[in-house]
Design a binder for this molecule. Structure first.
Ligand code: ADP
Ligand code: MG
Length: 897
């Protein structure tokens, strides 16, 4: 089945000298039998064997395997051929030290894609006299035993050819003999090609001896027919023929031999001639290759496939050798990866995510929105969130869009300072900063259903029903509990329980209300207590925290329901009527001036929106305003060049009667003006400054221009913040989505802080992204260095695997698995590391600096990123060194140890 034709191999040394190792060698091998390749060192024996085994490439000629020429073979074909047909045995045994004897043998079978059974392995071990050695490790075996393991490994594949390169070279002669005996036995039904320089062994055991010198076949002899028996018996060192006993030279008789000889002597009954001689050269004759007939067999190659389990084992074993290096590599790349992920949590700064996480982490319980309008267009556009009020229909839409239940809060321009508490009692020792409520913020109507919906609770009394009834929050109650209550007639009373305040009267602005109930709106007073403590003696960190806390609280006071006055629906409606929310001139302005006086107000209304009974007419009552007629707030009339000068009613009316004004206004990026404007009436002429303050009442022609956007009845709307992160995110997203030229802006301490630092965070995130990339590159270099060293440690194992049939693919597998293991360790460590670091850093910002923003947002993105980069880095880092060794010729891999 095996034949070489004109095989030539020339080595080029590094110095450029060519060495012809094989020169035109043509040999037709028999189907079975023990063939010796004999010759002096350097004669080309190994070269020939390596070529026959496909471990090396020839330069000219061809090898015929089962009638198929190797001319069109690639290296992978040779690998498969070796895997399928050849069992290779080396002088240096080349067993895998990591694997037990049994596993070494099993691997050879598994490379053929078959399963190794224990029975099979045991029976093979028995054949090589190693029964029961399956679980031993190679380093517990002697040289001869190791070589027999190598033979067993070669045998177990049931190859048709066994090749052995000086298999006894490292063994003493007795052990060597045993190995030859084993090979001789095997050669009964397969071709065994053995390289040896020992002529004696060759003549004793060989069926054919091919002698090489300088790359040429110089002799080729085959044992004569009829001499096989002698040869075979000589194997045992003693042979008997008639009355002649022949003992091989150098052979030592064993106890068994002695018995055999005695038996023989007893059997023949004559004198015995004993000859000690060398094996007879005369038993060989020139080989006639024409006598060799090759059976036609079908040629089929099995591609090797290193089982994952084994690849894993070899890969993992690599890690064992370089423990310190491994630990250092993993530590450093773990740190690099974690820093990378940390940088990414920051580099991937996302306003909505950050906002969501911050709200969740700060435990903000109220979801308040105000209306924000986009002013101007293009580059000059900006968002104005001041004074735009929300209409009833917009609340309905908000509820529909967000799935939450918003309550509108009416804020009037009344004096809303908390009344009727004892101002002599000190609420704070810290100047302006105070954790008690000192002002009401607005009016809201709460139903029991809503209280339940918001998770609030009526802790005393009931909800207001009548127009003079109100309920307050438990947070406002605390002010009275601390300072005590003073009635309008000056009677002081101590407030100890919620019920102590029920029934008490509060005079808010000019109206007197009776407190009928107290609602707990969930303000955590304890959290803010430190604000009111004397700042002297506080650390600067504590001062910073207190400042942040007071910011937080002021948002709660201003935008949650904590400082609201709860009134009945009817009462709320009458307040809405009494204090209509007139259009604020925010992005626009209106300025009215004459030679002596000017009027500068910021709100506008039409005549139909005010009660004409409140107007003091300058020149007779009007039911309609002409295009050049306006009504003003008398308090807004000022003398040119003299700030703060206010006119009496009489003076004002006289001036207005005699004056003509120019009205300048700015709308839609344009300045306009109207001349000859008359002020026909004044508001607040009775001396009080209330709902009409700062108001122009305009003719319809002016009022109906496009500035009515800001008009509505509620200053802000409050719902309960969802507890679920996804719902919070939904709300946050909604609030940052522009709807035309408006959006609802979510208002709390977190968004306040975030909006302040948003731009800074954006820039910093870019910087961090680059830092992160730097770390990733660093980790990659570390890892590839590690893999490269790991490969150099494993070169021999790779060579062995190649020799027994593994392809370069299998080599790839091993190292990718090794890298993969490191990658996974890295991934797990750095995921944990990043998670912990994130928590610590966020916690530090929150606790130590009082910053409510969850700066680092570690989530699925970073985990995925870490996974991808861990595996990616491992793959990239191992590819080049692995590719280098995997694409080597097997013989180079074996030699390169
Ligand atoms: P043997 O096995 O009979 O001792 P080899 O087949 O190993 O001989 O070597 C045959 C000749 O080729 C020798 O002269 C040896 O120096 C040369 N040779 C073998 N391998 C190489 C190699 N890789 N590079 C250069 N020369 C080599
Ligand atoms: Mg050699």
């Amino acid at each position: 089945m095996l034949e070489t034709r004109n095989l030539k191999k020339v080595y080029k040394t590094k110095k450029g000298v060519s060495v012809t190792a094989l020169n035109d060698v043509s040999i037709k091998f028999p189907e079975k039998g023990l063939v010796f390749l004999l010759g002096k060192s350097g004669s080309g024996k190994s070269t020939l064997l390596n070529l026959l085994g496909g471990l090396d490439k020839y330069d000219e000629g061809e090898i015929i395997i089962k009638g198929v020429s190797s001319k069109d073979f690639k290296q992978s074909h040779f690998d498969s051929y070796r895997n399928t047909y050849v069992g290779f045995i080396f002088q240096e045994y080349n067993v895998l030290e990591e694997f037990s004897v049994g596993a070494n043998i099993a691997l050879a079978i598994e490379l053929q894609g078959k399963k190794a059974t224990d029975e099979e392995i045991n029976s093979i071990l028995k054949q090589v006299d190693l029964e029961g050695f399956g679980d031993r490790k190679p380093n517990e075996l002697s040289g001869g035993q190791k070589q027999r393991v190598a033979i067993a490994r070669a045998l177990v594949k049931q190859p048709e050819i066994i090749m052995a390169d000086e298999p006894t070279g490292a063994l003493d002669s007795n052990t060597g003999r045993q190995v030859f005996e084993t090979l001789k036995n095997l050669s009964k039904d397969k071709l065994v090609i053995v390289v040896s320089h020992d002529r004696e062994f060759a003549e004793q055991f060989g069926d054919r001896i091919i002698e090489l010198a300088d790359g040429n076949v110089i002799d080729d002899v085959t044992r004569k027919v009829g001499y096989e028996k002698q040869g075979e018996e000589l194997n045992n060192g003693i042979s008997f023929e008639n009355d002649t006993m022949t003992i091989k030279s150098g052979y030592h008789l064993t106890e068994e031999d002695r018995e055999r000889i005695n038996q023989y002597i007893d059997g023949i009954g004559t004198d015995l001639k004993a000859v000690i001689k060398k094996a007879d050269r005369g038993s060989f004759q020139q080989t006639n290759e024409e006598d060799i007939v090759h059976k036609k067999g079908d040629f089929k190659l099995i591609k090797s496939k290193l089982p994952l389990k084994n690849a894993f084992k070899i890969g993992a074993s690599g890690l064992k050798h370089k423990k310190i290096r491994l630990v250092v590599t993993i530590l450093l790349s773990f740190v690099a990866f974690s820093l990378f992920a940390l940088a990414d949590t920051f580099g991937n700064y996302n306003h909505i995510k950050t906002c969501t996480n911050s709200i969740k982490d700060t435990n903000i319980t109220y979801a308040s929105v105000i209306k924000s309008l986009k002013i101007g267009s293009g580059m000059n556009a900006y968002w104005n969130d001041y004074g735009n009020s929300i209409r009833e229909d917009e609340i309905t839409k908000l509820n529909k869009d967000t799935g939450l239940d918003f309550t509108g809060v009416v804020v009037t321009n009344q004096d809303m300072v908390l009344p009727n508490y004892n101002k002599e009692v000190e609420l704070t020792k810290n100047g302006d900063m105070c954790h008690y409520a000192t002002d009401f913020s607005g009016y809201a109507n709460l139903t029991e259903a809503k209280i339940k919906e918001m998770g609030y609770k009526i802790v005393a009394g009931k909800l207001p029903k009548d127009n003079n009834e109100i309920a307050i929050s438990s947070y406002v109650y605390e002010t009275y509990a601390k300072a005590g209550y003073i009635s309008e007639d000056g009677t002081k009373s101590e407030i100890k329980y919620y019920n102590d305040l029920v029934g008490k009267k509060l005079k808010i602005d000019k109206k007197e209300f009776t407190i009928v109930g107290i609602v707990d709106t969930k303000v955590d007073m304890d959290r803010y207590k430190s604000i009111s403590e004397d700042s002297k003696g506080k650390s600067s960190a504590q001062n910073l925290t207190d400042f942040a806390l007071s910011q937080e609280l002021s948002h709660i006071q201003e935008y949650s329901l904590a400082c609201d006055i709860f009134v009945s629906e009817e009462m709320l409606n009458s307040i809405k009527e009494e204090y209509p929310n007139y259009v604020q001139l925010i992005n626009n302005y209106m300025y009215v001036s004459s030679d002596d006086t000017y009027i500068d107000s910021s709100r506008i209304a039409s005549l139909s929106e005010i009660d004409t009974k409140d107007v003091t007419w300058v020149d007779g009552e009007k039911t309609k305003l002409a295009d050049n007629e306006i009504i003003i707030d008398i308090n807004a009339l000022s003398k040119n060049d003299e700030e703060g000068y206010s006119y009496s009613k009489k003076e004002a009316l006289k001036i207005l009667k005699d004056s003509q004004y120019t009205l300048d206004y700015y709308i839609n990026d344009e300045d306009k003006s109207i001349n000859g404007v008359k002020v026909v009436g004044v508001l607040n002429a009775d001396g009080k400054a209330d709902k009409y303050s700062d108001l122009y009442v305009l003719p319809d022609s002016l009022y109906n221009l496009k500035w009515t956007e800001g008009k509505g009845e509620y200053s802000y709307a409050v719902a309960t913040m969802p507890t679920n992160k996804a719902d919070i995110e939904k709300l946050v997203k909604y609030c940052y989505t522009e709807q035309g030229n408006m959006k609802y802006q979510i208002e709390n301490s977190v968004t306040f802080e975030l909006d302040t630092v948003n731009e800074v965070l954006k820039v910093m995130s870019k910087v961090f992204l680059y830092i992160g990339i730097g770390f990733a590159v660093f980790a990659m270099i570390m890892l590839s260095n590690f893999i490269a060293t790991s490969i150099s440690y494993k070169k021999q194992e790779i060579g062995i695997l190649r020799a027994i049939g593994a392809r370069s693919n299998d080599v790839f597998r091993i190292f990718f698995l090794e890298s993969f293991i490191i990658a996974m360790i890295n991934f797990v460590l750095s995921t944990i590391g990043t998670g912990v670091a994130t928590a610590i850093i966020n916690g530090m910002f929150r606790k130590k600096a009082g910053i409510l923003i969850t700066i680092l947002n570690f989530g699925p993105r970073q985990i995925l990123l870490l996974l991808v980069i861990s595996i990616g880095v491992a793959a990239v880092a191992s590819f080049i060194p692995v590719y280098k060794i995997a694409s080597k010729k097997p013989i180079e891999a074996i030699r390169n140890r």
